[in-house]
Write a protein that binds this ligand. Structure first.
Ligand code: FES
Length: 151
């Protein structure tokens, strides 16, 4: 995190990038982060809960409608929700409908959280054993295991 005058001016995320949209929104809005500075690095759910862990669906629900969910394709939360309410009830359908999660995939967790938020128990999630992308049949876990085996 890069903070200047109690404003977030930069952030680099590794691994779980779920909070990327929230950080980008704080950066874009130039919000005063002084009240949550100590919790900022732990993500939106932690910061919003006053330091307590919270449901990740609450975090995505709290994002403003104009928050950017997919940076690759410039898709806002409002556009993803419109896509879902228009009948896109799977990750692939959202990708085809509004292009969110259709490129690098780093926003896939956020898109899945929006699917779960919109559909409730009807959405079962898709990533656990899904291939990393359409170019391969390997899952993230397959690749992790291969890296460990060959290192
Ligand atoms: S950020 Fe959405 S596909 Fe890259």
């Amino acid at each position: 995190m890069i903070i200047r005058d109690s404003r977030l001016v930069g952030a680099v995320l590794y691994g779980d990038t779920t909070d990327g949209a929230w950080y980008f929104d704080l950066l874009r809005r130039q919000e005063d982060i002084a009240p949550i500075r100590e919790a900022l690095i732990f993500g939106q759910a932690f910061a919003a809960g006053g330091g307590a862990s919270a449901n990740p669906l609450d975090a995505v629900a709290a994002l403003p409608m104009d928050a950017e969910i997919c940076g690759c394709n410039g898709v806002s939360k409002a556009k993803v929700l419109a896509c879902i309410s228009g009948g896109a009830h799977t990750l692939d359908a959202v990708r085809a409908g509004c292009k969110a999660s259709a490129s690098c995939g780093s926003c896939t967790g956020l898109v899945e959280n929006l699917l779960a938020l919109s559909m409730g128990a009807d959405y079962q999630g898709e990533r656990a054993n899904a291939p990393m992308c359409k170019c391969t049949s390997f899952t993230h876990e397959d690749v992790r295991a291969a890296i460990l085996e060959k290192s």
